[in-house]
Design a protein around this ligand. Structure first.
Ligand code: BGC
Length: 394
């Protein structure tokens, strides 16, 4: 065993998103989607982890475990419940979340859009309509003004716009549930424009680092699938990376790899373990995606791992996965790639979108009836790595 140190100032955190943990987010498009007759969502989000009320406990837990950042999202549907009508009470709530974090020595990494959109915006064209760009910028401006640079350590404009665009508009498994390639194209373009407008809007009110966070995968071409893989990656990743040139940082979010043949996805490789999410256990993907993001951004934009994790009931498997993923981060850093932090998804077992509550990504379990939090062994293990900024490698 040797002990490997991460660069000084490396940021260690965990992440959540409002809809997945707060509970009662009824004014969002997701709530409506969950409650459609015959919805494909396994179960409604309901009270989630009741973090709306329990955030002080969660922040205290994070600090006690040894983490220095917390990435969470503010909920547009609560902050702007009707078009142009802003809720001071909701903005004050998120100001208190930031203040509580800071008092505990935790830096707030604030995501402005994490999958959910207010119902009023969704029914009026949503992300397929270019009108969303100005709406999103106005909401960012108002929220950044209220929270201010003293509260926000980093701002993420949009979480995984590539997933919302493809799942919502091409595959139909996220709201609005459409399967329309032209809409998919429009949504991607609108998300890229909204990111740029969001960066400007946030920076006009709070001089803080701002970036996008993107869902990435290791792209593996099989049986001559190179052309298809490159075309798919262009729409899923490169179009968004190209919209992030000049940003203060870029958030890499990686879980697994994709295998693509000449006709499309070919599914998992025989012999590779499958996770409950239906994709391969592939911790090596993180390093591959850091390299891809770095190269596509010409080595000019610092990277942060803003999500990486595993949905599993086996906490020992979780530890092994994160160990391998972190070894990949070190290998990227050894090659001169500027990686500034690692954020585990997620702090809590929470609402995993169409899968409901049956998939467990958390470092901390959450009882579905009492909301009691119980840290798993990996929480302490990763907290120690965060505290010492070092990891033992074989
Ligand atoms: C999303 C999270 C999600 C996680 C695990 C990411 O795509 O940002 O909201 O829970 O992956 O699937």
């Amino acid at each position: 065993m040797t002990t490997r140190r991460f660069p000084d100032g490396f940021e260690w955190g965990t992440a959540t998103a409002a809809h997945q943990v707060e509970g009662g987010n009824w004014n969002s498009d997701w709530w409506e989607f969950e409650h459609r007759p015959g919805s494909i969502v396994a179960e409604p989000s309901g009270d989630a982890c009741d973090q709306w009320h329990r955030y002080p406990d969660d922040l205290r837990l994070l600090a006690d475990l040894g983490f220095s950042t917390y990435r969470f999202s503010v909920e547009w549907a609560r902050i702007e419940p009707e078009e142009g009508e802003f809720s001071t009470a909701a903005l004050d709530h998120y100001a208190r979340v930031c203040d509580t974090a800071r008092d505990l020595g935790i830096q707030p990494v604030v995501t402005f859009h994490h999958f959910t959109t207010p119902r009023w915006a969704a029914v009026d064209g949503g992300w397929a309509d270019s009108g969303i760009v100005d709406r999103f910028a106005r909401y960012c401006e108002r929220t950044a003004r209220h929270l201010g640079a003293d509260r926000i350590a980093r701002a993420c404009t949009i979480n995984e716009p590539n997933i919302v665009a493809s799942m919502g508009h091409m595959m139909g498994v996220f709201p609005p549930g459409h399967t329309d390639d032209a809409e998919w194209d429009a949504a991607r373009a609108n998300f890229c424009a909204a990111h740029r407008a969001g960066v400007d809007a946030i920076k006009s009110q709070a001089d803080v680092p701002v970036g996008m966070t993107l869902s990435m995968a290791e792209y593996a071409a099989v049986d001559g699938g190179e052309e298809y893989a490159a075309a798919h990656q262009a729409r899923m990743e490169d179009q968004f990376l190209d919209a992030c040139r000049g940003d203060d940082f870029f958030g890499v979010q990686t879980y697994s790899r994709l295998r693509l043949g000449p006709q499309g996805m070919v599914g998992p490789e025989e012999g590779v373990e499958l996770l409950p999410m239906g994709y391969e256990y592939w911790p090596w993907a993180l390093e591959a995606t850091l390299r891809h993001a770095w190269n596509r951004l010409d080595g000019q934009v610092p990277l942060l791992v803003t999500e990486n994790g595993i949905g599993t009931g086996d906490d020992e498997q979780r530890r092994a996965y994160v160990q391998k993923a972190l070894e990949g981060v070190l290998s990227a850093i050894d090659d001169g790639i500027d990686v500034r932090g690692y954020t585990y998804w997620s702090l809590l077992d929470n609402f995993e979108w169409i899968f409901g509550y049956r998939i467990h990504f958390g470092l901390v379990a959450c009882d579905r009836t009492t909301f009691e939090r119980t840290p798993k062994p990996t929480a302490d293990w990763l907290g120690d790595i965060a505290r010492t900024n070092a990891i033992d490698v074989a």
